[in-house]
Design a protein around this ligand. Structure first.
Ligand code: ACM
Length: 512
């Protein structure tokens, strides 16, 4: 007899995010050593992922066979499911997972994984568990196509092994973007063969730098899980580490720089001479070579223009370009870079307040106020909402004395993240239609260890995932499901806040 801890509890499966439509049916389907997969052409990736994810705990081989009882079917006729939607039918004799596109199948695999006993998520073999899932009929389509998390690996380097784990955790929640903040004043983690000093000098503080092979491997690993790695290279501000490597890119001929050892907004920025622009193009060409992401993030925010105001070369450039003054060089600079990315077939992406000095072909991430997002969509930008008061995970998640120190100024608790509404109902349909989605951001000034990064990320990332997948804000329902979902995070070894915290009340016996 299987141990009590895996005994199925009756009731509706408790999934995060909640599926669009879920009808519970009587009975269960059990995966065992004889279970085989019937894999249609194009569904091989989903089959491989299912084996990879279930293998460590269950040891199930799940071979492919023409008469397999678990059918993974790619069917382009199911266009109504979109790029990432799927249908999942579980009966006592078999499972049918269908989607129009491979990413839909990958999302469905994650649902199957959550439906299994929570022990299925463990990294080591768990004997004696009945690997059963409740019978159900599910149709599930995400509300937003951009569902992401930004990780700042510039302030604190994290090894690729950690990034892979992070990708796994995103995929479990059906998030599809890992936005990697690769460069900043305090560090440069992106290797560029033509510019070796970037990582030799800029990679030193707080950790290291990636190799091209590591980043390529990460991109492939993420793609197998339905996650796109979106690279970010900061410009024309937040570049102190690059200036430490190549001071001639700055505004002060003859000056040398240290990689910045403080937090905050640094006032040294790139020059606007041809050499600085060529540098950015060289870096971005390498970035595009390594990262197939359709979107390339070029930073753009927190760029004090004081250096341009006093630099004769910058003032000359502003005059030559017919700009009203050196401050306008920011938009001019971004447009030069945007043109370069567009010519290479990529979408330029930038932090912004409301997109005021960016061409409308820039996709933007409004990060100050949510209302800036509306101004940006009205200017014609496509928008990914990243307002700091609801999506910045470097703020403490409670005001309580037990909370470790974090970024000062706000408290972003679980409910606040859940309240993030990327396209509020009072926006016009045209405005809402330009909102691609939303993401959480983990800046790492106050995040010394990988464990602390996970402590800050979970469960707040679960709330973001719920909102961007469902487009709904069912707070009581989310809390109820999260209570069970925490047992999944526990099985994955994700550090969590103490149980005394309201959102982690005592957990009932695990059942999906
Ligand atoms: C930002 O918080 N620097 C986008």
């Amino acid at each position: 007899m299987p141990p009590a801890r895996s005994a199925p509890a009756p009731g509706r499966p408790r999934l995060v995010p909640e599926p669009t439509q879920l009808q519970s049916l009587p009975g269960r389907f059990t995966f065992d050593a004889t279970t085989a997969l019937k894999v249609s052409p194009g569904a091989e990736g989903a089959a491989a992922l299912l084996r990879t994810l279930l293998g460590p705990a269950t040891g199930l081989p799940l071979p492919a066979r023409a008469d397999g009882s678990v059918v993974l079917a790619l069917d382009r006729a199911l266009g109504g499911l979109g790029e990432e939607g799927y249908g999942l039918t579980i009966g006592t004799e078999g499972v049918l997972l269908r989607a129009a596109r491979p990413r839909g199948l990958l999302a469905g695999v994650q649902t199957l994984r959550q439906l299994l006993p929570v022990e299925a998520l463990r990294a080591e073999p768990v004997p004696g568990v009945a690997w059963s899932v409740p019978c159900a009929q599910i149709t599930d389509i995400p509300r937003f196509p951009w569902r992401g998390s930004m990780l700042d690996v510039a302030r604190r380097f994290r090894p690729v092994s950690y990034l892979r784990r992070y990708v796994d955790l995103l995929a479990l929640h059906k998030l599809n973007v890992l936005h990697l903040h690769l460069t900043d004043d305090q560090g440069w983690r992106m290797p560029v063969p033509a510019l070796p000093r970037l990582t030799e000098v800029g990679g030193l503080p707080h950790g290291g730098a990636y190799t091209r092979a590591e980043l390529g491997g990460l991109v492939a690993y993420a793609a197998e899980r339905g996650v796109t790695v979106v690279p970010e290279i900061e410009m024309p501000g937040h570049v102190r580490a690059a200036l430490a490597a190549y001071p001639e890119l700055g505004n002060h001929p003859g000056r040398t720089y240290e990689v910045w050892d403080r937090w905050g907004v640094c006032d040294t920025i790139l020059g606007v001479h041809d050499q600085a622009l060529d540098f950015c193009r060289t870096v971005l060409d390498e970035v595009m070579d390594v990262f197939p992401s359709p979107y390339v993030h070029v930073g753009g925010e927190e760029c004090p223009t004081d250096e341009w105001h006093v630099s004769p070369a910058a003032r000359r450039r502003a005059a030559e370009e017919g700009l009203p003054g050196p401050a306008a060089l920011h938009g001019w600079f971004m447009e030069r870079i945007g043109e370069h990315l567009l010519a290479a077939g990529r979408h330029p992406l930038s932090w912004t307040e409301d997109g005021a000095d960016l061409p409308p072909y820039f996709t933007v991430m409004p990060w100050r106020d949510a209302e800036h997002g509306r101004t940006a969509v009205r200017r014609g930008h496509r928008v990914i909402m990243a307002p700091h008061r609801t999506t910045y995970l470097d703020y403490p998640q409670s005001a309580g004395p037990e909370e470790p120190p974090g970024q000062a100024g706000e408290v972003v608790d679980l409910r606040t993240v859940h309240g993030n509404d990327p396209a509020p109902a009072h926006w016009s349909p045209e405005e809402a239609g330009r909102v691609l989605g939303s993401q959480v951001q983990l800046w790492t000034e106050y995040v010394p260890t990988p464990a602390h990064a996970e402590y800050l990320t979970f469960p707040r990332l679960c709330a973001l995932a719920e909102v961007v997948w469902t487009g709904r804000h069912d707070w009581p329902g989310f809390q109820e499901r999260l209570r069970h979902h925490r047992t999944r995070l526990d099985a994955l070894g994700v550090p969590r806040r103490p149980d005394a915290a309201p959102a982690s009340a005592p957990v009932p016996a695990p059942a999906p």
